[in-house]
Each structure stands twice: as C-alpha cells, then as structure tokens.
Write a protein that binds this ligand. Structure first.
Ligand SMILES: N[C@@H](CCC(=O)N[C@@H](CS)C(=O)NCC(=O)O)C(=O)O
Length: 323
C-alpha cells in the first residue's frame, strides 16, 4: 500500500501518529462530473458528456466504495454503456495491481501493470493516494472522478436518455433527508469500520467502536418502522450503507475488531441486507472471495500471517421479512 508523490510511487502505510492514532481518510481529489449535455457539474470542469462506450470504470470487487458504483451500473442499466476493469484483490507494495493471477481482469484499456499508472497517465506529477473506484474518459484519456459518492449520482441521472432507465435513487424531494442520513452513516459506519480497524491507539479505536455501535442501534430502530432508510423508497442511502453491511460479519467484525455484535444478530438490519442483496443484479456485484482475501491478505500490519478465515457461513439468499 502506498501513494504517489510528484508522480513517483512510494510504498507507505497510513500515517496515524499525527492524529492521536486515528485514521483520517484523504478526500478524493478528482471531482469532475459526467452530465447529460457535457456542462460542468457541481465541481470540476465541463466537457464530459454522457455517451455510450465513452467511459470506463476501474474497480476493486473488495472495496465498499467501488462496490457502490458497480451496483449503480446494474440498477441503472449501464452495463453495455460503461465497461469495467477489475483490479486484483491484493493491495500490497505496488498498491492495486492488474495481476490476473490474483483475480484481476487486467487493465482492459491500456494493459497497465499497476493502478498508479492510470493516475500518472492522467497527471504525470500526481500526488495522492491511488484509490478505486476511478471513472475514466477514453476520449480525452483522463480521470473524470475518483469519488464514488459523485460517480453514483452521475450514474443515477446523466445517462437516462441513453438507457431509458429513469429510476431515481436521489429524488429532489428527498435530498435533504438522504443527505442527512448519509452524513450520519458515512463517518460512523462506512468510514467508522475503517476508523476501528486502522486505529493505532486504544482510545482512537474505542471512540470509533462506540460510535459505530450506537449508529448501528439507530439504524436498527429506523428499520423497525421503515422499509428503507428514508421511508418506503429505496434510495442511494440504502446502497451506500449496504456495501459496508455486506462485508461486516465476514471482515469488519474480526479483522477490524468491530466485534460488539454481528450484523446477523440485528433482526431488522440482517433482513434488510438480504432484501437488498436479492435485488436483481446486486448479487453478481458481490464477491466474497475478493472481499475476504483483500482485507486479510493485504493489511499485513493487522494480519501479518495473511491467513484468511474460513467462516462465517452466510446465506444472503435466505428469505427475508421486508416485503
Ligand atoms: N472517497 C473515495 C474513497 C475510495 C477508497 O478509499 N478506496 C480504497 C479501497 S476500499 C482505496 O483504494 N484505498 C487505497 C489507498 O488508500 O491507498 C471514494 O469513495 O471513492
């Protein structure tokens, strides 16, 4: 694991010493938007018009942030319009790679060896972490965005005229509520599990752990009265939470020490996870082999033996009670 400094790869673990042992995620830096007419989005520059076949998605099947984008590609019928390269499950000294021996599809555009080469193709002097997902513009050969929260919103609406799929997971009248729940779920749960796992002091870990389980109790309560996080309508908030929940019992509970309770022990949340998993197209975006191998094998400072646990036994196709 590492980062680019002035375009040069440097193998380096996260620095937590400056933050009292707490993990702070770097903000995504490349924030342009694909729009229906090519006008600029809320950040970045104009020039990225929605067109079939023009854009390429670089993802990891292990990564919860990349997983969101794969789910939206399915839900919004974008499979034949946006193609995909999958990185290896392992992220070690060269960061994400395209090694086909460890589960990568290869770089389907440029046959690169490493994901950092995609970042330096975009900017030869790039400084920052080399993260997935990345949305790439094949026409102008540059990165449109490396922020999953933005990419799913582009997928939600920019390509509607091309696909004819007008499902809306961020409807105008619910935006305030969706934004509010996202602002709660992101620090406490999505990033909360990482804040537990990557903490390097007892105190930083405990703070993250406490807020994570308070937040999960709150979600359990919301789901007692609502089918989805925001009432009866499935929205982006549900999918943003789903990709963390589906990884929780297999990875975060043990590897990241999020072990007060398993998701399986929350009646409402566990049924909700199964209901989302069973939405058409979602199961095929979920790859537990990549998920387990990535975390247990790549984070050698947490799991130096790189031994991957066999369990738990899980059946996300079991019936659920969410209607
Ligand atoms: N804000 C980004 C975060 C993406 C992210 O951190 N991805 C992880 C994989 S789960 C990554 O690539 N990490 C590599 C690193 O931090 O060096 C997003 O949501 O798109």
């Amino acid at each position: 694991m590492g980062l680019l400094v002035d375009g040069i790869w440097r193998d380096d673990w996260y620095k937590t010493a400056d933050n009292g042992g707490a993990f702070k995620r770097e903000d995504a830096k490349l924030r342009n938007w694909v729009t229906a007419d090519g006008s600029a989005g809320s950040t970045g520059k104009a020039g990225f018009k929605a067109e079939s076949g023009r854009y390429h998605l670089y993802v990891s099947l292990a990564c919860p942030w990349a997983h969101r984008t794969l789910i939206f590609r399915q839900l919004k019928s974008l499979q034949s319009h946006i193609d995909v390269s999958v990185v290896s499950s392992d992220m070690i000294e060269h960061g994400w790679t395209f090694d086909p021996n460890t589960g990568s599809s290869g770089d389907n555009l440029y046959q690169s060896e490493y994901m950092h080469q995609i970042y330096t193709k975009n900017d030869s002097a790039y400084t920052g972490r080399v993260t997935v997902p990345v949305l790439w513009d094949k026409n102008t050969q540059q990165i449109v965005s490396n922020e999953s929260a933005d990419i799913i919103r582009m997928f939600n609406s920019a390509f509607n005229d091309i696909t004819g799929n007008t499902l809306d997971f961020y409807p105008a009248e619910l935006r305030k509520e969706i934004d509010a729940i996202n602002a709660f779920v992101y620090p406490n749960i999505n990033n909360g599990v990482y804040r537990c796992g990557f903490a390097t002091t007892q105190q930083a870990y405990k703070e993250a752990y406490d807020s994570l389980f308070v937040a999960l109790d709150k979600i359990e309560e919301i789901l007692a009265n609502n089918k989805y996080l925001v009432g009866d309508l499935q929205t982006e908030a549900d999918w943003r939470l789903f990709t963390t929940l589906i990884r929780f019992d297999a990875v975060y509970f043990g590897h990241f020490k999020c072990n007060q309770r398993q998701i399986d022990s929350y009646p409402n949340i566990s049924n909700y996870v199964r209901s989302l998993y069973q939405v058409a197209g979602v199961a095929e975006t979920t790859n537990m082999q990549h998920i387990k191998r990535h975390y247990y094998f790549s984070h050698t400072m947490i799991n130096p033996t790189q031994v991957i646990p066999e369990g738990p036994k899980q059946d996300f196709l079991a019936p659920h009670n969410r209607g």
